[in-house]
Ligand binder design. Structure first.
Ligand code: TRP
Length: 336
């Protein structure tokens, strides 16, 4: 039986942090043996808010290198840059013309980002989820692993697929596969170091709020040392009234690979936050050191990375091109 296809992506809007790794990429790495994986760096999404043109290419390259450094394997998965496959933009246009405006105006993330941005909201920001639908539908993906915050965009993708199939396809010959979301479990969501109630984010202006995958051991130690805690001395899992404790214990569970039972036994020996922070620091550095070493190797050999991405562009482009061809035909374009 053919493997099911999985597709996901991250925006190159800054440096990746440990939340991106533990919440997304580590999960993709686990999936890649069982699924036919497509993982892209979604650079076209990164320009839906004002961006720095002198940094975009470097960020795109760094995110692609981090995909590999985190364990995505080009022998198993297709790794590519969204803008390298022009079918994404083309299908987004065609989907724009069949997507009711009211469907995208409802998107919570659009409303939030639009408010944050004030005056300067581009049409691309409103169109963001339609482009995301194009990313997914081009590859006929079966499953899309994303965080809770992307669930509404996945529902929109499904609605668009069903609408296009209904308008222009036939029951026997659907144009798009309707993808299923794979929402990551709450526990895999890493929160900010400065506020246990908000998500760790690339766009938070405070660098101290996150552990970047490329932070030095000293920086990691500093950030954990200064991060927000609470007044209690004991450490526990899953107490929603203690968001910082919940977050850091969850983080320790993920980076150490230990079971909760093992951690709670170990916690008996901690005299308080100070002892816990020391072991958390050590485990975090140990988890990131091999990724950083591999990243440095990759950056020292840029020809290898561009080769991987050129292969990815070719493989992704062939599949995306087929879907786009079918869509053009179904919509009635004059195809030569
Ligand atoms: N919007 C996604 C996010 O911010 C990124 C993304 C773009 C994506 N295209 C995608 C995720 C396609 C999954 C599939 O997380």
């Amino acid at each position: 039986m053919a493997k099911k296809r999985v597709l996901s992506g991250v925006q190159p809007t800054g440096s990746l942090h440990i939340g991106n790794y533990l919440g997304s990429i580590a999960n993709w790495v686990k999936l890649q043996a069982e699924y036919d994986g497509f993982f892209c760096v979604v650079d076209l999404h990164a320009v839906t808010v004002p961006h720095d043109p002198t940094a975009l290419a470097a960020h795109t390259q760094a995110v692609a290198a981090l995909y590999l450094a985190c364990g995505l394997d080009p022998a198993q998965s297709t790794i590519f840059v969204q803008s390298h496959v022009s079918a994404h933009s083309e299908l987004a246009w065609l989907l724009n013309c069949v997507t009711p405006l009211t469907w995208v105006e409802r998107m919570i993330q659009f409303k939030e980002k639009a408010i944050k941005q004030g005056e300067n909201v581009g049409i691309g920001l409103l169109d963001y989820p339609v482009l995301m639908a194009a990313d997914i539908l081009l590859y006929q993906a079966d499953v899309v692993p994303v965080g809770e915050d992307q669930k509404q965009h996945l529902e929109l993708t499904r609605d668009i697929a069903i609408r296009v199939n209904g308008l222009y396809g036939s029951e026997a010959n659907p144009i798009f596969r309707v993808p299923a979301p794979m929402i990551r479990p709450q526990g895999a969501r890493v929160m900010s170091l400065t506020d246990g109630r908000s998500k760790m984010s690339k766009s938070d202006p405070a660098d101290a709020s996150r552990i970047n995958l490329l932070d030095s051991p000293e920086a990691i130690a500093q950030k954990i040392k200064r991060c927000k805690t609470d007044m209690e001395r004991t450490l526990e899992f899953d107490n929603p009234d203690r968001p910082e404790c919940q977050n850091l214990m969850g983080l320790y569970e993920l980076v150490s690979g230990k079971t909760r039972g093992e951690i709670l036994a170990e916690a008996q020996t901690w005299r308080g936050w100070g002892d816990f922070k020391a072991v958390l620091t050590e485990a975090t550095i140990a988890a990131l050191t091999p990724i950083q070493a591999r990243y440095r190797e990759l950056m020292a050999d840029p020809g290898y990375l561009t080769g991987v991405l050129a292969d990815g562009r070719e493989k992704a482009g062939a599949i995306a091109g087929q879907t786009l061809h079918t869509v053009r035909q179904s919509l009635g374009f004059w195809v030569l």
